[in-house]
Design a protein around this ligand. Sequence first.
Ligand SMILES: [Zn+2]
Length: 138
Amino acid sequence: MSTKIPDSELVKRVIYMTLKEHGIVRTQEELAELVEDSLKRLDSKFEITPQRARKLALEIAGLELGVETKKGSGDLPDECPACSGELFATVSNNLRGERVMIGVHCRRCAYEADLKQFAPRRYEFRLLKKSGPTAAPA
Ligand SMILES: [Zn+2]
């Protein structure tokens, strides 16, 4: 059976409605599953991957992405593994009062990592409480 790729705007609307209904979705796999269920009611050939659902979720105003990290191997990522945004150094003063880099963080989403725990383990999606009907994508 052939599959169909749903339009980005449609997916964003469905993600928004899904989060409105569920409040919080705790993994990108769960998000994709819920969204795909709704999409299949419109067209049974629609399919969406967890990665695409997460990328589109990031474009929704009033949506917050939480990232839980685990121990990573190799070097710190160059860009945010969650949203591909720019990463900034997190600095702190050590015991001798020197400024040292203790990790990296993203200003676009909630990704925050220290020098060991930087691989994304789990993504969490929720709507910000403040977001009213005006934040809904048209
Ligand atoms: Zn990010």
